[in-house]
Design a protein around this ligand. Structure first.
Ligand code: GDP
Length: 444
């Protein structure tokens, strides 16, 4: 679960706060101290932590909280605001250049995820922006890098420019760009070489590539699991290349939060995308406010909707949207449909963790990931039509029969029904927070 440690700690801190009626200065100091410890433990840069806790305590001790009728809530709001600011504030979207070719240069240490991200990004932008992308393999040092990009290109059906047995990345970059001009590609993504550590020769080479191709974006790919040491790396890349933004990868792992929370404040550059898994669709545009919500355990319904929209078959999504809009109840048939589609999006628990108040313990109960899909399908297919459309009637006797019919245990049936209830709640939230307000499921 993303930033699990931080998430849990903030939820604890917040529930203590909510229990308290009035807050005094001492309470605020105490909570700020707890927040400070939580952030330090998550490997957030010390200076960042200091500034963050200073900001929240100053605002909280001011009139904003102490005189409020709901001091706990007010305090939480301040934490959320400040965290959003820390993560980059108002959303910084990518600058796509109208009428000019978009040329991205991906840089970063070896293993940060550049090659994978090059493929993910090309795929995403082809879909979202209708670009015709070209990937260029400029990493001539890591033996398998060129092949890796070629395989990605094949898998995604995206063209790759590469030269084997040529050790001149600047030349490859230039010729890649020429191919893009000739072939009318409007998005060029250059995958460059990384080392295990920053080294002068590599940096000089990257500067040369930059000068030769004049990229519209230089995106530093940073391994989100590395914590605050990534800040030093980012500083150095930024000093020499004046990067335009950061892509933070591997946010699906045991990321503690250090890199995400330290990087923008320290180098003054926005995180533009995040990588959230090994699949080629696991990339998201970065929204500071949504990420703050996720870190603080408040959920992120909007990202869920984006993800669902990216993955879902448009026809089915439309039907579901209609159904939700018209307040027709979400039943087990829809649930089964969803599960089949969601199989491609990652586990249900990874989606549910975007829901407000999700916590690891609760999610354990509703883990219907991967291997469980077949079993889930079998259980639902063992139900009668009436049971599927009115799950409320599934009593103990019926559960036993369904378990027997599907070759599963009653506990499995129970778990599925619980997962269904969670999903149903989630759908309701989507309806309330989005569809009804905006008329349709669309980005803000
Ligand atoms: P490069 O050396 O910077 O080009 O890094 P690669 O693209 O080869 O990635 C290194 C490893 O990280 C590969 O095994 C990728 O599958 C993995 N990886 C990249 N992005 C992500 C991500 O967002 N999540 C996870 N879990 N793995 C990732």
């Amino acid at each position: 679960m993303i930033f699990e440690g931080l998430n849990e700690k903030f939820q604890n801190i917040f529930s203590q706060l909510k229990r308290k009626g009035k807050l005094n200065e001492k309470d605020i100091q105490e909570v700020s101290r707890e927040i400070k410890l939580a952030l330090l433990e998550a490997d957030v840069n010390f200076k960042v932590v200091k500034q963050f806790t200073k900001n929240i305590s100053e605002r909280a001790v001011g009139q904003e909280v102490l005189n409020s009728l709901t001091p706990g809530q007010q305090f939480i709001k301040i934490v959320k605001d400040e965290m959003t600011t820390l993560l980059g504030g108002e959303i910084e979207r990518m600058d796509f250049v109208d009428g000019r070719r978009n040329v991205f240069m991906l840089v970063g240490l070896q293993g940060a995820g550049k090659t994978t991200t090059a493929g993910k990004l090309a795929n995403l932008l082809r879909k979202e922006k209708k670009f015709k992308p070209l990937l260029v393999a400029c990493d001539v040092y890591r033996p398998a890098a060129i092949k890796q990009l070629e395989i990605l290109g094949e898998e995604l059906n995206i063209d790759v420019y590469s030269e084997h047995d040529v050790k001149d990345p600047v030349g490859i970059a230039k010729r890649g760009l020429q191919k893009a001009v000739a072939g009318q590609y409007d998005l060029v993504i250059m995958d460059t070489a990384g080392r295990l550590q920053i080294d002068e020769t590599l940096m000089a080479e990257l500067v040369n590539i930059k000068e030769a191709i004049e990229p519209t974006e230089i995106l530093l790919t940073v391994d989100g699991m590395t914590g605050q040491e990534s800040v030093n790396v980012a500083n150095e890349f930024n000093r020499l290349l004046n990067i335009s933004g950061v892509i933070l990868t591997k946010l699906d792992g045991d990321t503690r939060g250090g890199a995400a929370l330290s990087i923008t404040y320290t180098i003054g550059k926005a995180i533009k995308y995040i990588g959230t898994g090994e699949k080629l669709t696991d990339i998201e545009l970065f929204y500071p406010d949504r990420m703050a919500s996720r870190i603080l355990g408040m959920g992120d319904v909007l990202s869920f909707i984006d993800k669902a929209q990216n993955m879902m078959d448009e026809e089915k999504a439309k039907k579901l949207e209609e159904k939700l809009k018209n307040n027709i109840d979400f039943d087990l048939n829809d649930f089964l449909d969803q599960i089949k589609q969601i199989e491609d999006m990652g586990s249900i628990s990874s989606l549910l963790e975007m829901m407000p108040g999700a916590n690891k313990k609760a999610l354990k109960n509703v883990d219907l990931s991967g291997a469980d899909t077949k079993r889930t399908e079998a259980i639902i297919l063992s139900m009668t039509n009436e049971e599927r459309s009115k799950p409320g009637i599934i009593n103990a006797g019926r559960r036993k029969r369904i378990a027997l019919g599907s070759g599963t245990k009653v506990a499995d049936v129970n778990r599925l029904l619980k997962g269904f209830e969670q999903s149903k709640k989630m759908m309701k939230q989507m309806t309330n927070s989005n569809i009804s307000k905006k008329g349709r499921m669309k980005l803000p």
